[in-house]
Every structure is written in C-alpha cells, then in structure tokens.
Design a protein around this ligand. Structure first.
Ligand SMILES: C[S@@+](CC[C@H](N)C(=O)[O-])C[C@H]1O[C@@H](n2cnc3c(N)ncnc32)[C@H](O)[C@@H]1O
Length: 213
C-alpha cells in the first residue's frame, strides 16, 4: 500500500474527496444498515471508510495485514478497534458482525471468492464489496498508476462467479457503480449526479449480498 499519510492525504484532495464521497454514498444506498449495527471493514487500510461508517452510526472493527496502515488507523481512532489479519482467514466467529465491507481491498487479494466466503461466514445480515471495474473509463485512464498499481480490475460477470458456492445462498443482491468520469472536474460531478447508480460503467463497482431481508 502507498505510504499511509500520503494515501490518506489523497482522500482530502479535491478529486480524492469526490471519489470517497461517491463510493461511500453508493455503498450506503445499497446496504442501508440500521444505526448501531456492527460492521467489519476488511482491508481497512488507513481507516478512511471505517471512520465514515462510524460517522454513519455503525460500530466498526477494521482488519488489515499492513501493520503501518493499522498503526496509522489506530492513531486516528474512532473505530471499535483494528486487528491484524487477512481476508482469507478472518479471526472471528461465525456471524460475529451484522455486516462486513471490503472497499477496494479484495482487488489486492489473489482468491477473492475465498475472501468473500470468509466475509459471508462472519456476517449475520450481509456483505458489501467495493471493487474496481474493468468495464470503465477509470480502468482505461488509471490502471497500473499510483494507488491502482498491483490492483486487479474485475467485471460484474467475474464477480458473479465468486457467489456460486456461498452457503447459505444470498436472499437478495444489490449492485451499482460510481465514478463514471475519472477526472473529478465539473463535467464528472455533473454526470455523477444525473446518471443512475445502477448503470454498470462506473470505475467503482459496489455489490451487496444479503443473508436476511
Ligand atoms: C487500496 S487499499 C484500501 C484501503 C481502504 N479500504 C480504503 O478504501 O481506503 C487496499 C487495502 O487492502 C489491504 N489488503 C491487501 N491484502 C489483503 C488481504 N489478504 N486481506 C485483507 N486486506 C488486504 C491492503 O493492506 C490495503 O490496506
């Protein structure tokens, strides 16, 4: 991962703040968690989205294998706690959380289906995945650059294969995308406001799977 302070500073740049807001709004619109629910933030990094989930009234625990990022996130506080670990073997009991989220972290995991199965196991109600979309302008402009270095870009169809062996089967699925024009200038912001989030061409793909309604 990029050095934590630099990574976090990006979220406070004009374009980074716009992207962070668009991604968070989409995930919350799809997940619609009740305030007070518990959420595990898998691949929490510097804790940017953990803190946003907390500010939306959720009780959040973060987990990440990167000790530097964990130290940075812990120093900023606000989540219940941050644990060291991998998405591939989550150190939590079955259904320990209401929800789990992985925001642009499974794109750095070699076996995303196994990571999803782990998230599904530890979640009572549902899971939200934030992924990088190969069918997007963001992919054409930014793949392999900066924080996107080493990331896998998925298609909706590829992501669907990860669900195949989930048990129990999801009772509902919601998906959408955001960040349609990658630049972040006024045309991008205008388009983002008028295009429906269910269109599949945004650079950020969000998928919610529910265990219960
Ligand atoms: C692009 S950062 C995203 C961080 C944060 N979720 C955000 O959106 O700001 C990707 C994160 O995935 C984490 N990661 C990489 N491999 C992982 C794994 N096997 N399990 C969990 N997280 C992992 C990295 O350490 C890094 O913090």
């Amino acid at each position: 991962m990029t050095e934590p302070a630099r990574y976090e500073a990006w979220y406070h740049s004009g374009r980074g703040a716009w992207i962070g807001d668009a991604e968070f709004a989409l995930m919350m619109a799809l997940l619609r968690p009740r305030p007070g629910a518990t959420l595990l933030d898998v691949g929490s990094g510097t804790g940017y989205f953990s803190r946003r989930f907390v500010s939306a009234g959720l009780c959040v625990t973060g987990i990440d294998p990167d000790t530097e990022a964990l130290r940075y996130a812990r120093a900023l506080g606000s989540a219940e706690g941050y644990a060291a670990g991998t998405a591939l073997a989550l150190p939590f009991a079955d259904e320990a959380f209401d929800y789990s989220a992985a925001v642009t972290s499974l794109c750095f995991v070699d076996d995303p289906a196994r990571a999803l199965a782990e998230m599904w196991r530890v979640s009572r109600k549902g899971v939200v995945l934030g992924l990088l979309n190969r069918r997007s302008l963001l992919y054409r402009r930014k793949r392999g650059i900066g924080g996107y270095q080493g990331a896998r870009w998925d298609t909706q169809q590829e992501v669907d294969w990860w669900f195949e062996s989930l048990a129990p089967r999801p009772v509902a699925l919601q998906r959408g995308s955001a960040v349609f024009l990658p630049g972040g200038g006024w045309p991008a912001r205008l388009l983002e406001r008028v295009l429906p989030g269910r269109l599949p061409w945004g650079g950020f793909l969000a998928v919610c799977l529910f265990k219960t309604l």
